[in-house]
Write a protein that binds this ligand. Sequence first.
Ligand code: ADP
Ligand code: AMP
Length: 213
Amino acid sequence: MIVVFLGPPGAGKGTQAKLLSQRLGFLHLSTGDILREAVKKQTPLGIKAKEYMDRGELVPDNLIIALIEEYLPKEGGVILDGFPRTIAQAEALENMLSAKSKKVSKVLLFDSPDEVIIDRLSGRRVCSNCGAVYHIKYNPPKKEGVCDLCGGSLVQREDDKEEVIKNRLEVYKRQTQPLIDFYKKKGIIYRLDATKSVEELFAEVEGIIKDGG
Ligand code: ADP
Ligand code: AMP
């Protein structure tokens, strides 16, 4: 089963995808996480991607599509978190899957007003060692600035700084929002009110994914 998580940056897609992976065994495939790892290791992809990521722009489609071709597993449940983000990526995904007689089962749209997104992104902190995600108000670590899981130090992502957040929201509206109609036409999109709490949202996400319809 292939499920796409669609929605603005900071809506809580990664948080829910991690829970689904822990509790229901889905593979969590986040293009953002893969790219950040590549940047950290300074691979050729990471070096190319960094300049786009730091500005809050999308990394070119050809690089992202090649990355998904490499990482998409042959079978099992997969959550695609942060991909596709353009119509070209969505079409490439369709072609990739139809070659294996597969398709996207469901698309969950994490809907949230800009003020909630800004509040979530500006308070997000991530572990510089293991990548765990916190929020200074909504999911604080036990000890300020320190990861509960590995003791690594918590940092703010470069692209979670105020000037970049604004651009990321614009990029989302311009390049990614058209996917809502793309998937609406296929009748596989489910809207979630992403302003709800983590556990309330999880109950809804789980309900949609387990429901055969
Ligand atoms: P995305 O993957 O969509 O960019 P994240 O899952 O990283 O978003 O969440 C963005 C920030 O908001 C993080 O700091 C996270 O801890 C926090 N967060 C996620 N879901 C919720 C929620 N339902 N309520 C409050 N804060 C949340
Ligand atoms: P995310 O962690 O999903 O917020 O992604 C962080 C950044 O990685 C984005 O702002 C883009 O620069 C890049 N990125 C992640 N996924 C994609 C994608 N599917 N297409 C293009 N760029 C992406």
